[in-house]
Design a protein around this ligand. Structure first.
Ligand SMILES: [Zn+2]
Length: 109
């Protein structure tokens, strides 16, 4: 196949273009050959691109349930991590606020 970025001829199985480094989207030569199974890559995608993940999940839940579930796991991980981060930031934020309040109290009195 050819790189969509620079047009160089690249190996059909290559994930990245060796000439310009662009990420390559392999063409599905034979769609019937696609194995429908969950894959960690989809979880990673769901984690880093949860909005895309939700769309894919909705698209695939009927036709590719295992892949959809993998995406779903990534989205769930994202939700859990974001939830924890928000808690951490809230706790840190309260501490910073307390520090500022203490500084104001001591400097003004
Ligand atoms: Zn290229």
């Amino acid at each position: 196949m050819y790189c969509s970025q620079c047009g160089s001829k690249v190996d059909d199985n290559a994930l990245f273009c060796p000439y310009c480094g662009a990420r390559l989207v392999p063409r599905q030569a034979n769609p019937l050959q696609v194995q429908e199974e969950g894959c960690i890559a989809w979880s990673i995608l769901g984690f880093f691109l949860p909005l895309v993940g939700v769309i894919l999940y909705i698209m695939w839940i009927e036709t590719r349930p295992n892949t959809a579930k993998s995406v779903g796991k990534g989205i769930m991980s994202f939700v859990v991590v974001m939830f924890l981060l928000i808690i951490i930031f809230l706790v840190a934020g309260i501490n910073i606020f307390n520090d500022i309040a203490n500084d104001l109290m001591t400097s003004h009195i």
